[in-house]
Design a protein around this ligand. Structure first.
Ligand SMILES: *Cc1c(COP(=O)(O)O)cnc(C)c1O
Length: 461
């Protein structure tokens, strides 16, 4: 058969769509969708034939290809994955998994109308911040609060409101970058302010701030050095001192806390991270922090502090640009209410549960998973459970790690990269890390054995 004959043999869409197999597909999906897929598939056959490749044509083959194409189009890009990286708050994996209470509130808000901006008592238009403000104030001791899309947005909004066309004074030791796209100098610039650096990389004193203040100063900005630490001959200004300087000179003091926490993590034997309430007590006019880092909720940027400043912020048109939707409000409100029962939060908020998970529990899960993997890989791989360290991640508690248990796998035939890919292609995908010739999984954030072993079982047996 020459290629012209082969091309003719494919037949018209009209004829192909009428085969029983295609009729069945048209009932499952829409006819238009099937016709569309059929066009794509027959085009690809033609291309193959013109390229001199053999295409074994049959009704079954066509239907199979059409179905695979549609299934591929329907497959979601955003999937649940298993975080075995050893970084608990992993930005690339969506940071904090939400507590059940947040998920329930989220679904309720997603399904139908809610009183987002409706005052049920007075029967008239309400304010979306009303669902969050009171409880944020109760948890932080602040006079007022508002919430925007994320903490980068919160910082932008604060600077743009209080310091547009004015100076923002910031220590040279705090000009941080958090993952490529967030750099303090760039945010200050983009928010319409002029950055005035003070002090040095390792030492900044109160006098440095004092000397930098002028008529043009809008804000004294303090930034929590989230993902690095200056050690050695260092000095930085205490927030209390900076706040009283601000008051004396009539300049606002704002602090970007990054992660921020509502409780002192030291009580769980974890490294200390700034507690929002303490920063407010130390006199900061405004503090900003993320909803999805140590707080353990949805992506959001919370601004808390003096009410006259929050009022100004709410009047800025940029607030409207950065406002949160009903889903974020639902999830965040439910999370915040969990903090009212402080003794239970480490059970109810997944991020805190992972961070405080007893080593014995991590070890027994690692044992169960590795036993299962041993069964599956048999002689092909060397699997061990060893001591290791988890990182908190997302700029919280920089340089601090917590002891954990790791599963290490070395395959006798294949590389660690091959193993990583095998697990990454799982259902759900399991994301671990590679260290030399080992594929490593930290079991701290893994909920159950099946998450890891289930898929591999199907794949290699
Ligand atoms: C993480 C972080 C941010 C950015 O917060 P997002 O909620 O990711 O926008 C800003 N500042 C500091 C100090 C941070 O650690």
């Amino acid at each position: 058969m020459d290629s012209n004959e082969k091309l003719r043999e494919i037949g018209s869409i009209d004829k192909l769509i009428r085969t029983p197999l295609m009729e069945r597909l048209s009932m499952r999906y829409s006819r238009a969708r099937v016709v569309n897929a059929l066009r794509t598939i027959t085009d690809s056959y033609r291309e193959c034939i013109r390229g001199g490749k053999d295409v074994p044509l049959s009704d079954e083959r066509v239907a199979e290809d059409v179905e695979a194409l549609i299934a591929g189009e329907n497959a979601r890009s955003l999937k649940r994955v298993v975080n075995a990286t050893g970084t608990v708050i992993h930005t690339n994996l969506g940071r904090a998994p939400l507590p059940d209470a947040s998920v329930e509130a989220l679904i309720l808000a997603a399904r139908g109308p809610v009183n987002l901006e409706f005052d049920l008592e007075k029967g008239r238009r309400g304010n979306r911040d009303s669902h969050l403000e009171k409880i944020i104030c109760r948890l932080t001791g602040a006079e007022a609060a508002t919430v925007v899309n994320n903490n980068a947005g919160a910082l932008f909004l604060v600077l743009n409101t209080l310091s547009k066309r004015k100076d923002v004074i910031v220590s040279r030791g705090e000009l941080i970058e958090i993952g490529g796209s967030f750099r303090i100098p760039e945010i200050i610039n983009a928010s319409g302010c002029k950055m005035v650096e003070t002090g040095t990389t390792n030492r900044t004193r109160l006098e440095d701030y004092n000397e930098a203040i002028s008529k043009r100063t809008g804000v004294l900005l303090k930034v929590h050095a989230s993902n690095y630490r200056v050690v050695g001959f260092t000095e930085s200004v205490d927030l209390k001192e900076l706040s009283s300087l601000g008051k004396r000179r009539g300049v606002c003091v704002a602090e970007d806390l990054g992660s921020g926490a509502f409780v002192d993590l030291a009580r769980y034997g974890l490294p200390r991270e700034p507690v929002v309430r303490e920063r407010i007590e130390m006199g900061a006019d405004l503090v900003m922090f993320s909803g999805d880092k140590l707080l353990g909720g949805p992506q959001a940027g919370i601004i808390a502090g003096r009410s006259e400043l929050i009022k100004k912020i709410n009047k800025n048109p940029v607030k409207r640009v950065l406002r949160v939707d009903k889903l974020t409000i639902a999830a965040l409100e439910a999370l915040l209410r969990l903090y009212l029962d402080e003794e239970r939060i480490h059970e109810k908020i997944p991020i805190l549960r992972y961070l405080t998970r007893p080593l014995s529990e991590i070890e027994s899960l690692a044992g169960a998973v590795s036993a299962k993997l041993n069964d599956l890989f048999g002689e092909d791989a060397l699997i061990r459970v060893v001591d290791g360290f988890s990182e908190i991640g997302s700029g919280s508690l920089p340089g601090e790690t917590i002891p954990t248990k790791l599963i290490t796998i070395r395959h006798r035939k294949f590389s660690a990269g091959w193993l990583a890919k095998l697990f990454r292609n799982g259902n759900p995908p399991v994301i671990g890390r590679i260290q030399k010739d080992l594929f490593i999984m930290d079991t701290r954030c893994i909920e159950k054995t099946d998450d890891i072993a289930g898929y591999i079982e199907k794949k290699i047996s």
